[in-house]
Design a protein around this ligand. Structure first.
Ligand code: LRH
Ligand code: MN
Length: 431
């Protein structure tokens, strides 16, 4: 079942009068700040963030998992849910797959999956490999283990298996029409002295080089840094600096992926974004939010001002537009309906983008040049405090999506229909 376009139109019709008056006011307010409001709507309408295949089902922690039922039972149904999400938001036009969780299997499994996705106008974003778990298909049926790491492992046979798995993921991605590979490694140490920092780094660099050599010429590879978990003393690719060294040491199309949750408390993530963009190595994002660790909470739900500043740095790097990069969501949905959480995450991204676009960059530059921090703050907060929701809703409406996606999702009864179709105990593969 996809969400019928006419149902969305009906729900939009109910809200159109309010929307039009709210929009007229918002266009006026933004215009008075010397910002082209129509350009804001157009840039928001252009934006899209990939949905993570591993988060259209319920996530969990080691303490428990509480599935809500009607979850996708295979990758085809995950694509169905991403298509439903995109019908409502108009801003989740691609899905990021994780292998082996989403492996469509041998033979023409990949061709069938590609056909299914094309019918639903869902594209394939960066592929994710997985050498942080022992799965039969990635460990030569258990002949090797990633317990002591994958690309960083001292055992050549383990490193070989990890490289071969990444080659497999690239080949599958080529069949699906993807154009990038994200390599996140759980590799590291739990105990001081357990391994050599330099040895682990150098082995990973060599491994990434062998994976990079297998990439088609029009593909990119993203290294994703993370300070800890599952390793709790040190991770090999622990921070943006290490990720940059790995990308620079691997090749021109190797870039860094910034997962917002992969930073120690009080890290200035917007400065990290500015640095990586300045070096031409900002490949992509995993958007989420967190209060403590890698909590994978709803984008913009804990630190919306930080998200606004991060998007501001992206517009700075892109000359007032979002630079080409792989924008993806990476969340774990423990309590909310996964699709409702992704709807709110996407809305938070659209709102942060509209707010950042409402900052009069010329005025900000003038205040910065003039060492006038108070004026700079005024200009910045004017953008952040602008009620941009009518502009975002208008961007969705122009993309044929819902003015109010969450209310429309509930009104069309998608989850109830999925529980009826898939079963109350249907649970998705993934984390
Ligand atoms: C690691 C991570 C990585 C994914 C996984 C699902 O914490 O952010 O991006 O492979 O989550
Ligand atoms: Mn991530």
């Amino acid at each position: 079942m996809t969400i019928d376009r006419s149902r969305i139109d009906e729900e939009n019709e109910l809200r159109l009068a309010w929307h039009e008056s709210d929009l007229a006011h918002a266009l006026d307010v933004v215009g008075r700040a010397g910002v082209d409001a129509e350009a804001v709507v157009a840039e928001v309408a252009r934006f899209s963030a990939a949905a993570p295949s591993w988060a259209v089902g319920t996530g969990g922690t080691r303490f428990g998992r509480f599935p809500g039922g009607g979850e996708p039972r295979d990758t085809f149904e995950k694509i169905d849910d991403v298509a439903a999400l995109n019908a409502l938001t108009g801003a989740n036009r691609t899905v990021s797959l994780h292998v082996p969780w989403d492996d469509p299997g041998p033979g023409d499994g990949a061709a069938e999956l590609r056909r299914h996705a094309e019918e639903l106008a869902v594209g394939f974003d960066a592929m994710n490999s997985n050498t942080f778990q022992d799965n039969p298909s990635t460990t030569r049926d258990g002949a090797v283990s990633y317990k002591f790491g994958s690309l960083a492992n001292t055992d050549e046979a383990v490193r070989r298996a990890a490289i071969d798995h990444n080659h497999y993921v690239v080949d599958l991605g080529v069949e699906l029409g993807a154009k990038a590979l994200t390599v996140w490694l759980g590799d590291g140490m739990n105990h001081p002295g357990q391994a050599s920092f330099r040895g682990q780094f150098e082995r990973v660099l060599v491994g990434l080089g062998e994976i990079y050599a297998h990439l088609p010429a029009d593909w990119e590879m993203y290294t994703e840094h993370k300070p800890y978990e599952p390793a709790f003393y040190s991770s090999v690719n622990n921070d943006w600096g290490t990720s940059l060294l790995l990308a620079q040491g691997t090749g021109g199309r190797a870039k860094c992926l910034v997962d917002l949750g992969h930073h120690l408390p009080n890290t200035n993530i917007e400065q990290v974004v500015s640095r990586l963009a300045m070096m031409g190595r900002l490949g992509g994002f995993h958007f989420n939010d967190s209060k403590y660790g890698d909590d994978d909470l709803t984008v913009g739900s804990i630190t919306p001002f930080q998200l606004f500043l991060i998007v501001g740095e992206l517009l700075e790097a892109g000359g007032g537009r979002m630079p080409d990069a792989a924008y993806m969501i990476d969340e774990s949905h423990n309590l909310k309906d996964p699709l409702e959480d992704l709807i709110q995450a996407t809305d938070a991204l659209q709102v942060a983008l509209a707010q950042a676009l409402c900052v009069n960059r010329a005025d900000l530059g003038e205040a910065q040049q003039g060492n006038d921090p108070a004026r700079a703050a005024e200009v910045l907060h004017r953008g952040f405090r602008t009620d941009v929701r009518p502009l975002v809703a208008e961007a969705r409406r122009r993309n044929g999506a819902a003015l109010d996606p969450l209310a429309t999702y509930r009104a069309v009864g998608y989850r109830a229909a999925m529980i009826a179709a898939r079963g109350a105990d249907a649970v998705a593969t993934g984390l």
